[in-house]
Every structure is written in structure tokens, then in C-alpha cells.
Design a protein around this ligand. Structure first.
Ligand SMILES: [Zn+2]
Length: 400
């Protein structure tokens, strides 16, 4: 056993109050890559190897529960136009928007897509992410979406964060606008069953908002997901509240993401279903959207996660510490909420509550040692990478 000792251990264990911090803590890692001990340093069992952390913070590996990390091309020009005050319509007229990502993604080879995704996964690991969700959604043809998910599976490795793949029903492409109903039916009757039978994703996500899928289409597509035994998630209320939070609650969805616009009934439905609200502050700030109703979500008892939304259009960053800074400053979330948002609650949003986001015996040894003692240091000292050491499945990734 390897014992990480003399640490300030943040367990995020719900059996302990708050962030579950052990002031003089230690974590033991068994040879099989699981956690063998979490507890007081002074009563820790004997170990073959020890590492003294000198009182620094030791936390669960971070969980990024919302990314669009597989794509080719970038939209730096669109970013510059937006910074200069261009409107959404002006950006679209200049060739921006999702179509600017569809073309290079469709044209890229599987090797090229794998290399791009791999580099993004490596960058996420370097800022403490040990579990990361990756959505398809930048091809929008049946064969192409399956190809993206196959590349995601092929790019995952023991030297990278654990990857949780999601099939995203992103948009109706322009060339299918005339037979929109047939496109929706193909997703529900062909694509989702194919994804499920090949085990290419564990959940189906849908973008239900103005300009994307309607509430009726979301009901059809998410119903197919449920029938195929897949988890259900949604991009909802980023621009307009179409009533999708109520639908997600009705379907006992894992998560409802964005939520800049959500009604009291929508919040009540999420609370009743135990659905996690995923906050995406980077995209919110970049698109200059109003802040989601954090106080009302909190008052209703809805669990909050925080994710990067890594994507080329509105949030080209894989750093969760940076999102924690935005969550605590711009969204007025507490430091405790931000930490639970990138650990325990993010794991719940992925259906991985039993394996990620909490330090407890028997779980995979996914941990981060930080160059600080206070949980608040990580968002407070934004822009600095305070990660000292990342352990994934018991392997010290920093030493590889
Ligand atoms: Zn998204």
C-alpha cells in the first residue's frame, strides 16, 4: 500500500458534514488501484511506501460532467467578432456558429479527431480532472455521430481521465430542415438503439431551446433513450425556457444543464426528481447571459454541479478550477458548493455517484494533491494551476 499522509483530506463524503475534511488525514492506495484507507494520519495502517504532503490539500479527482471535447477546427475569429460587439445573426452570416465546426469535424480523419481529443483530455488531467464526460454532436449524420463516439472510446486510456461518453442530439442540420420530423425519427428509432447496443454512450443528452429541438421532439428522443436503457440529460433554458426542466424531472433525468431561464415549476420538478443542475459559468459569461437562479435552486434543494462546457463556440477551456472561480464570483456559489459541484454532484450528474467524486475505501483511487491548504485557494488564485499531483486509478499521472 502507498500512504499519502500528513494531508488535509477533503473527502466530499456525504456521511461527513460539509466537504468532509479530515485535518490530519491520510489516504491509503492499494496495489489494485483502489482506496484502502481514508482516516486519521495517526491511526493509519502500516504502508510499503509513504508520501508526506506537509499539510496540503488532498481531494477527490475532479469530475467534468459536461464537455463537447471532440471536434475539429476552432472559432477564434467568431470570438473576436463577438468581443467587438457582433450579434448572433451577424456571426452566423459571417460563417460562424455550429456549422463552422461541423465541416472541419466531418472532414477530419479518425486519427486526427483522436489526436485533438487526446490533447484536450491530457490538458484536463493537468488541471485535476480524473473523470470527464464527452458528448458527440458535431457531425449530425447517423454514421458520423457513431464515428465520433467510436473515436471517443478509442481515445480513452488508463493514462487519461476516465471518459464517460454521451450521445448528444445537438441540432437539426440545415440540410435536414425540410424533413425535420424524419430526422428526429431517425435519431429515436435508429441512432439511439445503435448507440445503446454498441454501448457507445451511457446517456442521451438533448439541446432543447430556441433554434434547437422543441419540447415535443425532446420528449420523443428522450423517451427512446429511456426505452434503450440509457440515462437522460438536457441542455435546457440557456436562452428560452421551453418547459424542458419539467420534462427532465418527469423522466428522472440525471441532469439539467445551463438553466439560465427556468420557471418555479421547472425547479420544483428537478428537486422532486433529484436531478442535478449543471452550472456552466464559462459559457454564460462568454455569451453574456443572465446568471441562473442559484438562490432559488439552492432553496429548493437541487444539487448543483459545475462543468467546463468545453466547446469551440462558447467555452474553449477544460480547466475546472477556472470554472470554480466563475461559480464563486459571478454565480455567487459558495466555495463548498463549487467543490461539491466538481466532485460529488458532478459524479451524480454522470450516473457515477458510486465510483467518482468521493474519497472512501473501495473506490477507485482518483485523487489530486494541491499546492495549498485551503479549499478556497483553488478558485481564489484563479489562473494559477495549483495541482501538485494527480493520481488516477492508483497511478501517479504526474510521474508518468
Ligand atoms: Zn453543452
Amino acid at each position: 500500500m502507498l500512504l499519502l499522509r500528513n494531508a488535509r483530506v477533503m473527502t466530499c463524503d456525504p456521511a461527513r458534514p460539509g466537504l468532509g475534511i479530515l485535518e490530519h488525514g491520510a489516504v491509503g492506495i492499494a496495489a489494485n488501484g483502489t482506496i484502502a484507507y481514508v482516516g486519521d494520519d495517526r491511526t493509519a495502517p502500516a504502508a510499503d511506501q509513504t508520501l508526506d504532503l506537509d499539510g496540503r490539500l488532498l481531494t477527490p479527482g475532479l469530475v467534468d460532467c459536461h464537455t463537447h471535447a471532440i471536434f475539429a477546427g476552432d472559432r477564434a475569429r467568431e470570438f473576436a467578432l463577438r468581443a467587438a460587439g457582433a450579434t448572433y445573426l451577424e456571426i452566423a452570416a459571417a460563417g460562424g456558429g455550429i456549422s463552422a465546426t461541423l465541416e472541419p469535424t466531418r472532414a477530419a480523419t479518425e486519427a486526427e479527431l483522436g489526436a485533438l481529443l487526446g490533447a484536450r483530455l491530457d490538458a484536463a488531467l493537468a488541471t485535476g480532472t480524473t473523470t470527464i464526460e464527452v458528448k458527440s454532436g458535431y457531425d449530425l449524420t447517423l454514421a458520423g455521430e457513431l464515428r465520433l463516439l467510436r473515436v471517443v472510446a478509442a481515445t480513452a486510456s488508463a493514462r487519461r481521465p476516465h471518459v464517460v461518453p454521451t450521445f448528444l442530439a445537438h441540432l437539426v442540420p440545415r440540410d435536414r430542415a425540410a424533413d425535420r420530423d424524419a430526422f428526429v425519427a431517425e435519431i429515436a428509432t435508429q441512432l439511439i438503439p445503435a448507440v445503446a447496443s454498441a454501448r457507445l454512450a451511457s446517456s442521451v443528452d438533448i439541446y432543447c431551446d430556441e433554434g434547437a429541438f422543441t419540447l415535443a421532439e425532446a420528449r420523443l428522443i428522450l423517451g427512446a433513450a429511456r426505452a434503450s436503457g440509457l440515462g437522460v440529460r438536457g441542455h435546457v433554458g440557456q436562452f428560452v425556457d421551453l418547459g424542458a426542466a419539467e420534462l427532465l424531472g418527469e423522466l428522472t433525468a440525471l441532469s439539467a444543464d445551463h438553466l439560465e431561464q427556468v420557471s418555479a415549476a421547472g425547479i420544483a420538478a428537478l428537486a422532486a426528481a433529484g436531478t442535478v443542475a449543471v452550472m456552466l459559468p464559462g459559457a454564460c459569461v462568454q455569451l453574456r447571459l443572465p446568471v441562473p437562479p442559484i438562490a432559488r435552486l439552492r432553496a429548493a434543494g437541487v444539487r448543483l454541479a459545475v462543468a467546463s462546457d468545453l466547446n469551440p463556440g462558447s467555452s474553449f477551456s477544460s480547466s475546472l478550477p477556472l470554472q470554480m472561480w466563475l461559480a464563486t464570483t459571478h454565480f455567487a456559489m459558495t466555495v463548498e458548493e463549487a467543490w461539491l459541484g466538481v466532485t460529488r454532484h458532478a459524479a451524480a450528474a454522470l450516473g457515477r455517484a458510486a465510483t467518482a467524486g468521493i474519497l472512501a475505501p473501495g473506490r477507485p483511487a482518483d485523487l489530486v494533491a494541491w499546492q495549498c491548504r485551503e479549499p478556497g485557494d483553488v478558485p481564489y488564485r484563479y489562473g494559477a494551476n495549483l495541482v501538485e499531483r494527480v493520481v488516477r486509478g492508483g497511478l501517479d499521472m504526474t510521474a508518468l
